[in-house]
Design a protein around this ligand. Sequence first.
Ligand code: ATP
Length: 263
Amino acid sequence: MSEVLELVDVSVVRDGRALVEDVSWSVKEGERWVILGPNGAGKTTLLNLASSYLFPTSGTVGVLGERLGSVDVFELRPRVGMASIAMAEKLPRRQTVLETVLTAAYGMTAHWQESYDKVDEDRARAFLDRLGMSDYLDRRFGTLSEGERKRTMIARAMMTDPELLLLDEPAAGLDLGGREDLVRRLGRLARDPYAPSMLMVTHHVEEIPPGFTHVLMIRQGQVLAAGPLETELTSRNLSLCFGLPLVVEEQNGRWTAQGLPLR
Ligand SMILES: Nc1ncnc2c1ncn2[C@@H]1O[C@H](COP(=O)(O)OP(=O)(O)OP(=O)(O)O)[C@@H](O)[C@H]1O
């Protein structure tokens, strides 16, 4: 198995403060990782390194076999799909859902061509269909609900046929039905052998889709645990990560966590 992502002793320092510190982490092809940690722990910083939008202050980052600093990031970036709120905010609100997904194939955020290749349009429609967005193709992106926007962003991230897919809090802000719908769709993607390797940032173990294989827990910029879900997503690790006593349980590939009652 080859490395999709390889961080060795990586630190990112801003204003004299380490946002992540001495992180070593390796993701292999086909693995699906969830990144868990409290607010400000450094999760998005890790995704920004993996998407080559951020360079480490020290240490080395390898993405899809290329080392950051010695590769042309403009060649690397199309190989990595990213769905995040930050990315959604860069997209024109007046563009249709179909155009929003389609422009990704051309490395653009905005629509400017009158005609796109039929094959690209078919792919955009197929990804949107897989995410339950077929009824919204002509809707303006800016009018979508939070859940619809999230699903459109995932379809958009798939458009370049990425080898690595990064999802930054894809279920944040969704209601129960929206979350469960998204978790099911991501679970189907996670179990698809042709789907890219995936890294998903979340705050909640309930959002881990079945089919995800590994967890990295981070607290105050440092890795607390990293490895297979079955061995690392324990009550002890989760309690240390979030700083209070928690009990975690797994049932049929889904996870729940509860705080112990106060005495
Ligand atoms: N450019 C920057 N300059 C200074 N500090 C920064 C910068 N970017 C992020 N930080 C800080 O680094 C820390 C880690 O940020 P990051 O966004 O990676 O956390 P996170 O785990 O994704 O948090 P959240 O769960 O709240 O989204 C935070 O304390 C944040 O305020």
